[in-house]
Design a protein around this ligand. Structure first.
Ligand code: SAH
Length: 395
């Protein structure tokens, strides 16, 4: 018999709208015994069965719904079905692991706390909730079966595991490292991915389509790529015919990887690339003092606001970099500016950029609102899944 949780009166509404999170405050009673990650039955106050969830006693999100159907068990077959469905959806969009591909996007693929990215024949798995952690073996086997990939490496070292009372877990779960670094080919560009020590699972797959957009816009332009990481936008701009590309990051290892990635693509004009290890906040000011000007600037900073409570300080940081970037742009120049902060919505982000333009004394317009590619879906019932937003602005 699974344990049950009974919701406060009225709190079944969000579950009936298929929202997967149950907060501590929405739970009236807990009956039975369950350890972190165990499956519990979820009941409305009137006793109606709403579905099954993973119990997480340490987290404010006390339970995460696995499904909204009171009969289907949560077992290996459940994970096989969810993973296979997510894989089929990607295949139908023509997305393949050789290019780098997010296979599982957590709640939005019906698997709260489960992220999986495929790079060639290797899947990198990140588990961030107690329920996901408990079903590791079933998820690994479902991934091997659905994707046909040979290896699974776990990179569960995200800070959010702490909120669930989970320690970091990294290592090979199936197969082992091949010879040499992993490689993907994105829009014809070879890129190495360091799955063991790179950021997240190794690569920012969510920006794939925006890197292609940058390539289309770069011809003949002087490009500044801020927060370049391993050079994704920089290589795209060179491939698109940029006249020069200055790339800035504060991480030495990221810049070294970026330069190795450039070397892997000998058709690109390496002499047009310049790399700068610096803090973007100061570098933008220094570039202005030095009289540098650009025609296209990419700002893709790290998450300044992990949650809404950090929104005010994050807003100041976004304003600062956008203001100082806009001051470096020639008239007619393009700004591709992003925020991956869940705590900052697109409307607020646009207001911040508008404020920056006002202070920079430039007149700007939004040519396009941008987001992640289709392998990062957002469940219609789960707006929290939307985190990456971008604006293509012209002054
Ligand atoms: N645009 C990249 C991803 C950027 S991730 C891509 O397409 O792959 C954010 C990057 O910002 C990281 O590489 C991190 O090292 C860098 N970073 C964080 N804070 C910084 C700062 N203050 N100045 C410069 N770089 C910073």
């Amino acid at each position: 018999m699974s344990a049950t949780i009974t919701l406060q009166p009225g709190r079944e509404k969000s579950v009936l709208r298929r929202h997967p999170w149950l907060f501590e405050t929405s739970i009236a009673h807990f009956n039975g015994r369950a350890r972190a990650g165990d499956t519990v039955d979820v009941l409305a106050a009137d006793g109606r069965r709403l579905g099954r969830a993973a119990w997480s006693p340490r987290s404010q999100i006390r339970a995460r719904m696995w499904h909204f159907d009171p009969v289907t068990p949560i077992d290996d077959a459940f994970f096989r079905a969810r993973v296979a469905a997510a894989w089929t959806r990607r295949g139908a969009l023509g997305l393949v692991p050789a290019h780098g591909l997010r296979v599982l996007h957590a709640e939005s693929d019906g698997l709260p706390g489960v992220i999986a990215d495929a790079y060639g024949d290797t899947v990198v798995l990140q588990l961030t909730s107690a329920g996901a952690d408990k079903w590791r073996a079933a998820i690994v086997s479902a991934l091997l079966r659905a994707t046909g990939c040979a290896r699974v490496y776990e990179r569960s070292d995200s800070d959010v595991r702490g909120l669930e009372g989970l320690a970091p877990e990294c290592g090979w779960r199936a197969g082992q490292a091949g010879d040499g670094p992993l490689e993907i080919v994105e829009h014809g560009l070879r890129m190495e991915v360091d799955i063991q020590s790179g950021h997240k699972t190794g690569f920012y797959l969510d920006q794939r389509d925006n890197r292609a957009l940058t390539a289309r816009l770069a011809a003949g332009r002087r490009v500044l790529n801020c927060f370049c990481y391993t050079g994704g936008f920089s290589l795209a701009a060179l491939a698109g015919g940029a006249s020069e590309v200055l790339s800035i990051d504060s991480s030495g290892p990221a810049l070294q990887q970026a330069q190795r990635n450039l070397a892997l693509n000998p058709a690109l004009p390496a002499a047009r690339a310049e790399w700068l290890e610096a803090d973007v906040f100061t570098a933008l000011r220094d570039l202005r003092k030095a009289g540098r000007r650009f025609d296209l600037i990419v700002l893709d900073p790290p998450k300044f606001a992990p949650s809404a409570s950090h929104a005010a300080s994050a807003a100041r940081a976004y304003k600062d970099i956008n203001l100082n970037a806009l001051r470096l742009l020639e008239p007619g120049g393009l700004l591709l500016t992003y925020s991956c902060s869940g705590g900052i919505g697109v409307e607020l982000f646009q207001k911040i950029v508008a404020g920056a333009a006002l202070d920079a004394g430039v007149d700007g317009r939004v040519l396009a609102r941008l987001g992640p590619g289709p392998d990062h879906p957002v469940g219609l019932a789960f707006p929290e899944g939307e985190y990456l937003k971008g604006l293509l602005c012209q002054i």
